[in-house]
Design a binder for this molecule. Sequence first.
Ligand SMILES: [Zn+2]
Ligand SMILES: [Zn+2]
Length: 112
Amino acid sequence: MFFSKLLCGHDFTSKVAPPAIGDEVYCRLCNDYRFVTYRSTNYRAKCVDCNYGRYYGSDKEWAMRQGSKHARRYTHRVKVFQANHPEYWDLIDPRQPELSYPPVSVDDEIPY
Ligand SMILES: [Zn+2]
Ligand SMILES: [Zn+2]
């Protein structure tokens, strides 16, 4: 899922690919066509030590949380980065918790 912002301030979601900046898309909340102001980000969590890898849309917190769950469960290192900017990433390293973001702790396990 891709999230884009429209000029009216509303979010536009697209399942296949995000529209380009400057495209006009139909805003359901405005009932009218609006310009896309910026292209969505699409965060990806990718494990360094195994094949785990998933896209989490524009919600970085969620990507980090899911990534650190994987990191803790398997003691793997997980990178979280924007799909279109793989050169900038955050590393979740359960063996070096002081270097990880968010800090690795055992009691913030999410019950799902
Ligand atoms: Zn709108
Ligand atoms: Zn892994």
